[in-house]
Design a protein around this ligand. Structure first.
Ligand code: 3H9
Length: 675
């Protein structure tokens, strides 16, 4: 059956797309739409047409899987011009999300009707692109420059109400009567002439809005090519150029982005993120365990943040602490965080009480007996964790999932403290746990498949990006991070400064460098706590109370506003260590910093892959993008290694005396890439 069908409803031709899962505008859809419009135009008994979609959504955009392949006719811009040029009104009937090319199809239609729950937007910028089928030219002509900038350069979809106020939607349909309402609307406008045509409107220039928008978003756009291209196209739509000139400019900018490495990287991550949700040997239809209540042990920063994820998703949480004051402090911080979000308008004011109302604080582990999932977030010590899991084994109901938030301990050993290792799994959240998107799901040797499937699905429900890791020290993320840390410390002892190393990472696109990260996380994290035992620069800092931002001193000095400056004391400490180590002080180039911090991460990634600790190279990329802020326009460490060239990475590693992972070496020799 064709993905596009047409049906006459009296004098209205209904053109329906049925291309699951998201009605992407692939070649067959475009060809079918072209034929449908031709049919409607040619038939004298037809007075108007409706374009609608079956399934969960209106067109969610161009078919991204077709990008980079030869384009089959008609291209989307041609199709949309054809719709716009029809001499009978065409009505777009929108539900779900009209995104990208889908939004552009709708804007090519003469009228748009939508259900109240629909959203419309042009998220191409998140794929390193711009709306390349007239979106950058039609949106400002209908909705003005300001909203067009928001929609194209930021890419977040807007609710129908906002779209309606801006003229992008003409009418609201009943939530359950879209098609009937669209047909009635089409009849109503059947004889209206001239037809409203977006490309014939003019947009008013708004240089103040452009300047303000650029300023407001400078940080967010740092390093990305696509936002500036989106902005330039929107400006072009309003600078007095003809529509044809605007479209030519849009096309040229679109093609530049499409050929570039940033868009390739961002498209890679789009699919990588979705792929990561799949576990090779766990069938997609595995029956999930029902998670109605979650228990969290520990009300510190981590436990509190973890709990918030579930509360925000409407899942009740029982949170356990050992002392009343710690429990009160922890729940107080959670409430304050929610109130902060409400004050910033990120959540509705009533959502604070809604979320906190789902929380049951307690001092007794026994209260976890009715939880379907229990996550432990106590401090990192194997004996403590084993004792706790032993207790949980006695308390938790049969079938409950027992999870550890450990960031590097052996989950199998933790599981061995219970009589039900098949119910034990790692759920490694990243700090701050209510914000960071990554969830490393650590699969123990005995973890049951339905436990994994349940935790992956739950991860998505709480809006995390879950990635499976095998059991190894530090799992995927921290195992690679430690390679970077070792190299960064070595370079301090050879003449590099923390600020130089950090700057290289920030220039690369990371949110911060290794030493800024230490200061933020706490220099004392994992410290042995003996101020007389000074074996490393870190020990020396920790012994002097330079624990990072929280003490206004770490690898940097901080002023009252937490602005960092280079620390003379740290320079002294580094110098002492360097002198003791016998290293010559030398100039270390930025290039060497890249080669010695980032290449070893790729090397470790290759080992992780070869050992089967990650299912696929793209999973490693997802870990680094969502857990550590690796710049998405570089596609994650493994994708980036491909773009650098694996032979170059191997040569760099060898130059600096690293033992190259066999898998990396083999791939480089064969001229292969990480898939
Ligand atoms: C564009 O339009 C360019 C034009 O301006 C110019 C052209 C000249 N293509 O996300 P989900 C797959 S660029 C192909 O899990 P949800 C996805 O991979 C496009 N495939 O569902 C997944 O496959 P699988 C602009 C696509 O309900 C499955 O569909 N549009 C596409 O959580 C389900 O996806 C966008 O950027 C696509 N366009 O979310 C919108 N979209 O099952 C991208 C999805 O094998 N899409 N797939 O893993 C989305 O944001 C979300 O998919 C959506 C649904 C919100 C629609």
């Amino acid at each position: 059956m064709s993905v596009i069908t047409t049906e006459r409803q009296g004098d209205v031709l209904v053109i329906t797309s049925d291309n699951p899962p998201v009605n992407a505008l692939g070649a067959a859809v475009r060809q079918g739409l072209e034929a449908g419009i031709k049919e409607g135009v040619a038939d004298p008994s037809i007075k108007a047409m409706v374009i609608t979609c079956a399934g969960r959504t209106f067109f969610a955009g161009a078919d991204i899987t077709e990008f980079g392949k030869p384009m089959q006719e008609p291209g989307l811009p041609t199709l949309i011009e054809m719709i716009e040029a029809a001499d009978k009104p065409v009505v777009a009937a929108i539900h779900g999300t009209a995104l990208g090319g889908g939004c552009e199809v709708a804007l090519g239609c003469h009228y748009r009707i939508a259900v109240p729950s629909a959203k419309i937007g042009t998220p191409e910028v998140k794929l390193g692109l711009l709306p390349g089928a007239g979106g950058t030219q039609r949106i400002p002509r209908i909705a003005g420059v300001k909203l067009a900038l928001e929609m194209t350069a930021k890419g977040d979809p807007i609710p129908v109400k906002v779209a309606q106020a801006a003229g992008l939607i003409d009418r609201l349909a009943g939530e359950d009567s879209l098609l009937a309402d669209a047909i009635a609307f089409a009849r109503e406008v059947a004889d209206t002439r001239p037809l409203p045509i977006a490309s014939q409107k003019t947009a008013t220039p708004d240089p103040d809005a452009v300047a303000a928008f650029k300023k407001e978003n400078a940080r967010r756009f740092r390093g990305f090519d696509a936002p500036a291209a989106n902005i330039a196209c929107v400006e072009k739509a309003a600078d007095g150029s003809s529509f044809a000139e605007g479209i030519a400019f849009e096309r040229q900018e679109f093609m530049k982005l499409m050929m570039g490495v940033q868009s390739a990287a961002q498209r890679h991550i789009f699919f990588a993120e979705r792929q990561a949700a799949k576990i090779d040997d766990v069938p997609a239809d595995t029956k999930l365990r029902d998670i109605k209540r979650v228990g969290v042990i520990g009300a510190g920063t981590m436990g509190g943040g973890i709990s918030m994820n579930f509360l925000s998703a409407g899942i009740p949480v029982t949170i356990v602490e050992m002392q009343q004051d710690a429990l009160d402090r922890g729940t107080g911080v959670m409430r304050k965080n929610y109130e902060g979000s409400a004050a910033k308008g990120r959540i509705k004011p009533e959502a604070v009480d809604q979320a906190m109302g789902l929380l049951t604080p307690t001092l007794s582990l026994d209260d976890l007996a009715d939880c379907d999932l229990i996550i432990e977030a106590v401090y990192e010590n194997m004996d403590v964790k084993k004792e706790l899991f032993g207790k949980l084994d006695a308390i938790a109901k049969p079938g409950a999932i027992l999870a550890s938030n450990t960031s590097y301990l052996n989950v199998d050993e933790i599981a061995s403290a219970t009589k039900r290792p098949e119910d034990v799994v790692g759920m490694h959240f990243f700090s701050p746990a209510n914000v960071m998107k990554l969830l490393e799901v650590v699969r123990g040797a005995k973890t049951a498949k339905d436990v994994l499937a349940t935790v992956m699905a739950l991860g998505k429900k709480i809006r995390k990006v879950p990635v499976v890791s095998g059991v190894c020290p530090g799992f995927i993320g921290n195992r690679m991070l430690s390679q970077r840390q070792i190299a960064a410390n070595e370079m301090l002892m050879q003449g590099a400064t923390p600020q130089q190393i950090d700057k290289v990472h920030v220039d690369f696109g990371m949110p911060m460098g290794p030493f800024q990260m230490s200061d933020l996380a706490g220099v004392d994290i994992g410290w042995h706590r003996d101020p007389t035992r000074i074996e490393s620069i870190r020990d020396a800092l920790a012994a002097e109370g330079r624990w990072g931002q929280k003490k206004n001193a770490g690898f940097y000095d901080y002023d009252e506003k937490r602005q960092p400056s280079p620390s003379p004391r740290v320079a002294e400490i580094i110098e002492e260590f360097r002198a003791k180590s016998g290293n010559e002080k030398r100039d270390i180039s930025d290039e060497e910093i890249v080669e010695r911090t980032l290449y070893p991460m790729v090397n470790e990634g290759a080992k992780i892959l070869a050992e089967g600790m990650a299912q696929r190279a793209s999973d490693i990329d997802v870990v680094w993008i969502y857990g550590y802020g690796w710049p998405v326009y570089r596609g994650g460490p493994m994708f980036w290694a491909n773009t650098e060239g694996l032979s170059k990475i191997v040569a760099g590693l060898e130059k600096h005396g690293y033992e190259v992972a066999p898998l990396l070496k083999e791939k480089a020799e064969k001229g292969e890439r990480f898939a």
